[in-house]
Design a protein around this ligand. Structure first.
Ligand code: ADE
Length: 260
């Protein structure tokens, strides 16, 4: 099986040095079980300042990421071409299979206006052999990038970050750990929070007593059926109290009556 490939397009390539060289993700990348490639968007500029953004048409505060630069970067990465092949050009590269507005690999633009990322989407993306993650800066991205380059727009939550780098790292971690052969124990993702729509049941390990806090007796009973039932009941109770929305139930009223 070929390693799943993820290309990241960013103006802060160094940001990914940590995640890509440490932890399980870093090891998978080093062992070629995962093919993570980071691309600097500034390599696709042609001006002296290597500008990836410009002032907005119509005026207003802030800068907008340029569609020509992002299109050039995406077309080079999609087609495994060097930056010189697309930087500063307005036409798609000759003979290219993947072009903006046409056929292209799954290309996710990280933006607060995107579809909310969750475990179901992680599972959906884990089935792809190739993903391209496009990290925008929060102020704005030329709308033509949304239309012609991105195949999907994804948000990791209802808050605004400086840019998509943190969101890209979240997606990479959630997606890659679902791929067989990347987490050491392939059985564990099926057994965890959200896998069956519930939060995970409480876990314990030694010591049996910590400052008077013990371990539920059933877990040492050796009765596998009783353990499984206890775990399911606990998962259900935890989900009902913490995340009733996962069970299709309304949120409980706030403790203070919601008066603020
Ligand atoms: N960029 C800025 N904020 C974001 C968010 N919440 N999710 C994804 N990308 C973002």
């Amino acid at each position: 099986m070929t390693a799943p490939r993820i290309d990241i397009l960013t103006i802060f390539p160094g940001w990914f040095d940590g995640p890509l060289t440490t932890s399980l993700l870093g090891r998978a990348n080093e062992d070629a079980r995962l093919d993570l490639r980071v691309h600097d968007l500034r390599d696709y500029t042609t001006d002296r300042h290597r500008s990836v953004d410009d002032a907005p048409y119509g005026g207003g505060a802030g800068m907008v990421m340029r569609a020509d630069v992002l299109t050039a970067a995406a077309e080079a990465v999609w087609n495994d071409l060097p930056p010189e092949a697309t930087a500063g050009r307005t036409d798609p590269p000759a003979g290219a299979r993947f072009v903006a507005g046409g056929e292209r690999p799954r290309t996710i633009l990280l933006t607060p206006r995107g579809r909310r990322f969750d475990q179901a989407m992680a599972r959906e993306l884990a089935a792809e052999d190739r993903l391209v993650l496009l990290c925008g800066r929060y102020e704005g991205i030329d709308e033509r990038v949304h239309d012609l380059v991105a195949t999907d727009e994804v948000s990791i939550g209802d808050y605004v970050l400086f840019g998509g780098e943190v969101a890209a790292a979240v997606i990479i971690e959630a997606v890659t750990r679902l791929r067989p052969g990347i987490v050491g124990n392939d059985a564990s993702p099926a057994d965890e929070s959200f896998a069956d729509g519930l939060l995970e049941y409480p876990q314990y390990t030694r010591p049996a007593d910590l400052r008077g806090h013990g371990v539920p007796e059933v877990l040492s009973s050796g009765d596998h059926g009783a353990v499984a039932r206890w775990r399911h009941d606990q998962a259900l109770a935890l989900t009902r109290s913490r995340r009733p929305d996962l069970l299709g139930e309304p949120d409980p009223p706030c403790a203070d009556g919601g008066s603020g």
